[in-house]
Ligand binder design. Structure first.
Ligand SMILES: [Fe+2]
Length: 296
């Protein structure tokens, strides 16, 4: 092959690569615009031993203070359209760089969700950061809306004719640098222990999947259903590969989105939630409400 022919082939290949890159960037740009405005509902079926009747949960997570349309109307319409028996607010409703006034957004959101269905409210890392900075008065205001707050707590509740044990934690379900004694004395250990030993179906609301999925969490715990957010589905979903990045897990996280069987008895569902992360937009990753149908 002469040199002129080799140069032509190289130039042709570079042109094809540049064209492919341009198409990909264009598609990513369009996707970022769509993912900034539209919400999907993702439905899951979960069989739970001991359940008497079917129950539908709508899970709303990781809003980061975002407002859809006029005063979040599209979000409430989407949640109401699912006809949930209960709504789970699963953390990181506050924006990452909050001011004290942002509690009004979270309280208003909880109140309006309560108009659709009873609300169970679990903390995310943004909620715990807000409490550390401005105190916990806002949690009492959330309770005054009628919502049940599970802040390192568990409760036996009745949902659509079923006795269910619900717990909420932001802690780590493994040693995480602590001694056994320190871990066993922690509030997260108490929540996890009580859920594992429930006679009725138990559901753990754990904003961070890290709580039970990382380290030896799946060997330690056997809780039938764990609901998580926090990962934003990896923020950018690379076609054919999955999420690009998640906090705690880094690049190409293993636990980024969807359903996981952590051990023979423990199922985990991670919702990708409803916003991007800081100034990074969601790409190929439509915001979502997770709709979970619990079946006997
Ligand atoms: Fe989070």
């Amino acid at each position: 092959m002469n040199q002129a022919k080799i140069k032509r082939i190289i130039a042709g290949s570079a042109g094809i690569l540049a064209a492919l890159l341009a198409v990909l960037l264009f598609a990513a740009g369009i996707s970022a615009v769509i993912c900034n405005r539209h919400i999907k509902a993702t439905q899951y079926d979960v069989q739970l031993d001991g359940l008497e009747q079917s129950v539908r949960l709508a899970v709303v997570a990781d809003l980061h203070g975002k407002v859809y349309g006029e005063n979040n109307a599209p979000l409430y319409e989407k949640v109401a359209a699912q006809k949930p028996d209960v709504i789970v607010l699963l953390g990181d409703l506050f924006p990452p760089h909050f001011t004290e006034a942002d509690k009004d957004y979270v309280i208003d959101l909880t109140r309006r969700m309560q108009e659709i269905a009873p609300v169970y409210f679990a903390m995310g890392n943004h909620e715990t950061s807000y409490t550390a900075k401005y105190g916990d008065d806002w949690i009492e205001m959330i309770r005054e809306t009628g919502a049940i707050v599970l802040d390192e707590e568990w409760q036996d509740v009745a949902i659509a004719g079923n006795a269910i044990r619900l717990g909420g934690t932001m802690g780590h379900g493994y040693l995480f640098g602590r001694s056994n004694a320190q871990f066993h004395a922690s509030p997260e250990y108490e929540v996890l222990f009580r859920l594992e030993h429930a006679r009725q179906p138990a559901i753990l609301l754990s904003h961070m999947p890290d709580t039970v999925a990382l380290s030896d969490g799946p060997r330690r715990w056997h809780i039938p259903l764990v609901l998580c957010g926090h990962t934003h589905g990896g923020i950018v979903r690379v076609p054919g590969i999955g999420g690009l990045y998640a906090p705690m897990q880094g690049w190409f996280p293993r636990f980024d989105y969807g359903e996981y069987q952590l051990n023979s008895e423990m199922r985990m569902i991670i919702t990708s939630g409803l916003s991007g992360h800081d100034h990074v937009p969601r790409i190929f990753n439509l915001p979502e409400i997770a709709v979970i149908d619990l079946k006997p």
